[in-house]
Ligand binder design. Structure first.
Ligand SMILES: Nc1nc2c(ncn2[C@@H]2O[C@H](COP(=O)(O)OP(=O)(O)OP(=O)(O)O)[C@@H](O)[C@H]2O)c(=O)[nH]1
Ligand SMILES: [Mg+2]
Length: 351
């Protein structure tokens, strides 16, 4: 278990120095350190995160093949022409069925390929229940701390991963396409609550206008009953959303998610999308919502790390594994149940 107290071991101290000197190689190494949970990774994160978040974190989520990578590449290219430094994390990259390409491949086809001002990392999802793995969020933190102006995150929208993007991004862009279903489905999937901006991409295809219209209508209807029937998602505080909807405890004017349409291939609608991203950023900062979101993220992170440490401490302890083993014997003899054994282990762990 990491102490997160003492000084860093010398190799990590050197890595930290190079990380602070903004060497891209050091960022790559730091990401591997964290991804592989190598000894000292939490101490390293502790040092790195002392500065606090500063990048604008922008999430792109939506169904497979919606055009998330295509849109991300277009906006990234424009930000690069303004000399912004960009970090990109692609989570759970493409399935063979979506018609999408790996984000890296898509970018390799563009001018961004040889651009040192953009750093791209693809990651497999490893979170439980398909959620966004703690490791992924830690990599996003590393990119933020490295000093990028923006950190862009692409996640394929399937269940929890999609919802949990809120635990990693300040601005969540939900990308839908005419083929991905109607507004009712989007409401059922909880997208109305997580989207800061809706994009209907592939607006060159039939049905796009209809979807835009339905989404706008759906957004007007979403208060109350829809929220009541939603399950509580990890990392998403529905109470807070309810208070926000009812105007309680909410300082600034609210944000109504705009519904935009784009054609990623031609770039149509992309400038408007970028304006909305800026507008959302200003709102986040002025309303106090950015602080609230960061605080909510901090809470989730603390809980994640406590969970991880407890689990590791329990299952890496020979003594506790022995208790488990003996417990299994007693269960077989009818003297114990999984619950009595679990409580025994928890009590010993807390002692
Ligand atoms: N007609 C049309 N095709 C598009 C548009 N945007 C993207 N595509 C195509 O849709 C396919 C999927 O695009 P991607 O950008 O890889 O989609 P994605 O959402 O990143 O896909 P996954 O990462 O696999 O979920 C590609 O063949 C794109 O060329 C658009 O606006 N109109
Ligand atoms: Mg993609």
């Amino acid at each position: 278990m990491n102490a997160v107290t003492g000084p860093l071991e010398s190799a990590l101290a050197e890595l930290l120095e190079r990380f602070h000197a903004a060497e891209a190689v050091a960022l790559g190494r730091a990401i591997s350190l964290v991804e592989n949970e190598r000894p000292g990774f939490e101490d390293f994160l502790h040092e790195v995160l002392r500065v606090g978040p500063s990048a604008a974190r922008i999430g792109f989520t939506g169904p497979p093949g919606a055009g998330k990578s295509s849109l991300l590449s277009v906006v990234a290219t424009i930000w690069r022409t303004r000399n912004e430094q960009l970090g990109v994390v692609a989570v759970d990259p493409t399935s063979p069925y979506s018609g999408g390409a790996l984000l890296g491949d898509r970018i390799r086809m563009s001018d961004l390929a040889t651009d040192p001002g953009i750093f791209i990392r693809s990651m497999a999802t490893r979170g439980s229940l398909g959620g966004l793995a703690t490791t992924t969020k830690e990599v996003i933190d590393l990119m933020d701390a490295f000093g990028f102006d923006r950190v862009l995150v692409e996640t394929v929208g399937v269940g929890q991963t999609q919802i949990e993007i809120t635990a990693a991004a300040d601005t969540v862009i939900v990308v839908l396409v005419p083929e991905s279903g109607d507004a009712i489905q989007a409401m059922k999937a909880g997208l109305m609550e997580i989207a800061d901006i809706f994009v209907v991409n592939k607006a060159d295809r039939p049905g796009a206008d209809r979807l835009v219209k339905d989404l706008r209508q759906g957004l007007h209807l979403r208060v109350g009953t829809v929220l009541e029937s939603e399950p509580v998602y990890h990392g998403l505080d529905l109470d807070r959303i309810r208070r926000k909807e009812s105007g309680e405890e909410f300082k600034g004017p609210g944000w109504s998610p705009p519904v935009l349409s784009t054609v990623a291939q031609s770039g149509e609608g992309v400038e408007h999308l970028m304006d909305m991203i800026e507008a959302h950023r200003s709102w986040l900062e002025e309303s106090g919502e950015l602080e609230e979101r960061r605080r909510a993220r901090g809470k989730v992170r603390i809980q994640d790390v406590v969970d991880r440490e407890l689990r590791r401490t329990a299952w890496h302890s020979d003594a506790l594994l022995a208790v488990l083993d003996q417990g299994l014997d007693r269960i077989q003899k009818g003297k114990d149940t999984p619950y009595s054994v679990a409580w025994d282990i928890v009590n010993r762990l807390l002692r």
